[in-house]
Design a protein. Structure first.
Length: 429
RNA sequence: GUGACCGUAGCUCAACUGGUCAGAGCACCGGGCCGUGACCCCGGCACAUGUGAGUUCAAAUCUCACCGGUCACCCCA
């Protein structure tokens, strides 16, 4: 029979690596608690309209990168390409933003799907840690989200980090800037790359972060978005910077950031503050995560007008960056007792003991294939057992068991009656 | 969607211009060791070379297609 591979761009997380996921997920949840964001879980499948209306018809992600299909009833369904739209939909649907002054802070750990050509740091299914804060339009809410995100990276052990921020302002400011930019670039059309000549019509802001040298050259001296900001948007952005500069953690470190007037992001729903965090070790797809404010999204998706701000952060990319930067994720040292036996009677006794240990919350395992003692020890070693519990004729006769520390090789004989007590003393703390 | 490179045992790799080249190390299994692993020694299992077709007396080695991978563009986490 021929083998069936996993779909392109879809990865298995294997037993040897799952602990890393547990580690970063634990840190994410810990920070959710600390910042008082609560977990929300939404379906991976949504009506296609949600993303067309929410994320934006003209964004590439919705336009040509979704997994979209008709279900058996003929409805167009889409695997979620990003986290925010589904969260907003759920918040509206369950009337969590239905009253004046409603607010909510939520986070999620969830897979997203995009039909793209895989490369380093880019998969068709990837996982994100994201957070969204609804109901507060104050710039401090933007900053709280940024700080949560930065704390997440620091606690995971990322050293080499860079935070860039920008603001395109409210809808009118954004349009004003777009017009100014087009006016600036129009005369230089011929100098632009082919891609950017197209973008000049569809999404001129994107020209600013083009990697093409000609585009970068042509964009030099382009107007800054700051100059197109309305008074209110300008005040908002100024305040965000001020808070970022002033807010310190208990080690009195400020949060370093740079204002990058060329920073634009791929979703139509963003208003006001935008940010992106990059890290070394990532290759061409160097963004660890990004976020921004989206004050019109809730209303656009049929809810009561409610401001919102949040971020999404790619977990696969985080793991790549951690690896490249040589960072070590916390790995709790779990004890594991491996029961070995010599002979039929000993096996029966160990089988009973196995369940006694587990009932007492002592992680334990044993070989069930009647292998030699030597082989059983090899298995214990391979499974990273910390101790083995040896039972043979001698121990059976004396009602004892031999405890061996597999790291030091030390052995001691313990009366069966005192075993559990003794083993419990070996647990951490 | 575009481009480049790549695809040999579980893993890392080897096999000159197509012709005993299908191999090594690690891993795995067994034994040396009598009831004891992580060291050492011995033996063993395993791949006809991503899949399919073609060229040839002969293909892992050349051609084409498909599948997959890697990196980059695009886009973004």
């Amino acid at each position: 029979m021929s083998k069936i591979p996993a779909p392109k761009g879809f990865e298995d997380i294997l037993p040897a690596d799952s602990w890393k996921w547990h580690a970063i997920e634990a840190i994410a949840r810990e920070l959710g608690d600390l910042y008082h964001f609560q977990e929300i879980r939404t379906p991976i499948l949504e009506h296609s309209d949600l993303f067309h209306r929410g994320v934006g018809e003209t964004t590439d992600i919705v336009h040509k990168e979704t997994f979209t299909f008709k279900d058996r009833g003929g409805d167009s369904m889409t695997l979620r390409p990003e986290g925010t739209a589904g969260v907003v939909r759920a918040m509206i649907e369950h009337n969590l933003l239905a009253q004046e002054g409603s607010r909510a802070k939520v986070y999620y750990l969830a897979p997203n799907f995009r039909y793209e050509r895989p490369q380093k740091g880019r998969l068709r299914q990837h996982h994100q840690f994201g957070a969204e804060a609804f109901g507060i339009s104050d710039p401090a809410q933007d900053v709280e989200c940024i700080l949560l995100q930065m704390d997440f990276y620091r606690r995971c052990g990322i050293k080499d980090l860079s935070l860039q921020i920008n603001s395109l302002g409210d809808a009118e400011s954004k349009q004003r800037y777009r017009d100014a930019l087009v006016a600036f670039l129009k005369p230089k059309v011929s100098q632009l790359s082919e891609d950017s000549q197209r973008r000049l019509e569809t999404n001129p802001l994107r020209i600013l972060d083009s990697k093409d040298l000609h585009d970068q050259e042509a964009s030099k001296g382009a107007p800054s978005p700051y100059n197109s900001l309305s008074e209110k948007s300008r005040a908002h952005f100024d305040k965000v910077q001020q808070l970022l500069t002033r807010t310190t953690n208990n080690k009195q470190q400020t949060t370093n950031f740079v204002v990058n007037p060329n920073l634009v992001r791929g979703f139509d729903y963003y208003t006001e503050t935008l940010w992106e965090v990059t890290a070394s070790g990532l290759g061409s797809q160097n963004a660890l995560g990004g976020g921004g404010r989206y004050d019109n999204l809730v209303e656009n998706l049929g809810g009561r007008p409610t401001p919102g701000v949040g971020f999404g952060s790619g977990l696969e990319r985080l793991l790549i960056a951690l690896e490249a930067q040589g960072a070590q994720l916390p790995r709790p040292a779990q004890p594991l007792f491996y029961l070995t036996y010599n002979g039929e009677a000993a096996r029966d006794a160990q089988w009973k003991l196995l369940y006694e240990l587990r009932a007492a919350n002592l992680p334990a395992d044993m070989d069930l294939s009647n292998r030699s003692m030597k082989a059983q020890f090899k298995l214990a070693d391979r499974e990273s057992a910390t101790h083995s519990l040896i039972l043979g004729d001698t121990e059976l006769a004396n009602e004892t068991i031999t405890l061996k520390d597999l790291k030091t090789g030390e052995q001691s004989t313990i009366p069966r009656a005192h075993l559990l007590e003794r083993l419990k003393s070996l647990l951490p703390r």
